[in-house]
Ligand binder design. Structure first.
Ligand code: SF4
Length: 353
């Protein structure tokens, strides 16, 4: 594995340059559920905006969520922010060097704690991210979904027994790289794999059966009704969602009950009187566990009057890049903006003819 890594591993990922605990931590959190190519630009922007634990801790949560827009799984960003504040309050902005203390921080599990201390502090700990689970499951033909406690325990035991005491960082990176580049989910390139002669899944020609998939119930579909409320001067009403649940803590279009009358809701809750109401086509968005059908009501009011409703504000479209906004909601707003601009151009052309 080590000689394969020296020749074929990835050595130029942005977080491998100057691997401080902070940079390793942020990269590990971003890499959970997200591919390296997607993470790289987010990581670089995040580091430029929050170069240290202290700058991250001092930033408003909104600014952190804004940098996360599009990466999804926003609890990760909230945990990063909370953990940065804890590190400043309890550890002078440094990471502790005891794995139990690192693992006790919000949003940091055993594998992430192991990665931080291996890559940034030269310690020796096993890791078990998605790529490593796939490689180990195949190599040892380990049956059973890795979410089951007994399978997780077997995987950790294998990972622990195999992790060397020296060159641990190179070994852990090698396992991750092998999973990401050769032992991929759909097309494992076994003929180029350094584990070919050891791999039980390959010997049995059952590579695609490992790791065992999670038993999934069919995806359910939920429906939400969102209000796109615009003033004539182009501002939009946004509502900050509660900290838990989907899009927790992010700004979004106000969500109302499916049977609510959007006009009446605007009058009652925002003291606004819409002059124009329409129902654009619904949108669909897929989450891991369900699909969301987004019904829309578009309402236009004359002026952006003062709103007193809790956690509701007018925003200029230009401000949207500085706040945390779910990607599908941002798409809806930008599409509406584009349609509005196109209609304005048509109207100017019409008057000039
Ligand atoms: S031989 Fe194939 S299935 Fe086995 S670890 Fe290597 S790439 Fe994965």
């Amino acid at each position: 594995m080590l000689s394969w890594f020296d020749q074929h591993g990835r050595h130029t990922l942005p977080w491998q340059h100057d691997p401080t605990p902070y940079r390793v931590w942020v990269s590990e959190i971003m890499l959970q559920q997200t591919q390296v190519a997607v993470v790289i630009p987010y990581f670089e922007r995040f580091m430029a905006r929050f170069p240290t634990v202290a700058t991250l801790a001092a930033a408003p949560l909104d600014a952190v969520l804004a940098q996360w827009t599009g990466l999804g799984y926003y609890a990760r960003a909230r945990h990063l922010h909370r953990t940065a504040q804890l590190l400043c309050a309890q550890y002078q902005g440094e990471f502790p060097r005891e794995i139990a203390q690192v693992q006790a921080l919000p949003g940091i599990g055993r594998s992430t704690a192991g990665a931080i201390l291996t890559f940034a502090a030269g310690q020796s700990h096993p890791i078990l991210d998605g790529n490593v689970k796939r490689v180990l499951s195949r190599c040892f033909a380990l049956e059973g979904w890795s979410g089951r406690p007994e399978v997780t325990a077997q995987l950790w035991a294998l990972a622990t027994n195999l992790t060397p005491l020296t060159r641990t960082a190179a070994y852990n990176q090698a396992l991750m790289d092998l999973g990401a580049t050769l032992c991929t989910r759909r097309h494992p390139a076994c003929d180029r794999c350094p584990l070919l002669t050891l791999c039980r899944a390959h010997a049995q020609q059952r590579q695609h059966e490992f790791p065992t998939s999670r038993p999934r119930p069919p995806l359910t579909e939920r429906t939400a009704l969102l209000l796109l409320i615009r003033s004539r001067c182009g501002k939009i009403v946004l509502h900050q969602r509660p900290p838990t649940g989907i899009w927790g803590g992010l700004w979004s279009l106000p969500e109302v009950a499916l049977d609510a009358d959007p006009t009446a809701w605007c009058r009652t809750h925002l003291d606004l009187s819409p002059q124009h109401v329409e129902r654009p086509p619904a949108r669909r968005h897929s989450f891991t566990h369900f699909k969301l059908k987004i019904e829309l009501a578009r309402l236009v009011v004359a002026t952006a009057g003062i709103i007193t409703a809790d956690r509701c504000c007018w925003f200029d479209v230009a401000q949207l890049s500085s706040i945390g906004l779910p990607a599908p909601v941002k798409k809806i707003i930008m599409a509406d903006n584009d349609a509005l601009r196109a209609a304005e151009c048509d109207s100017v052309l019409f008057h000039n003819q």
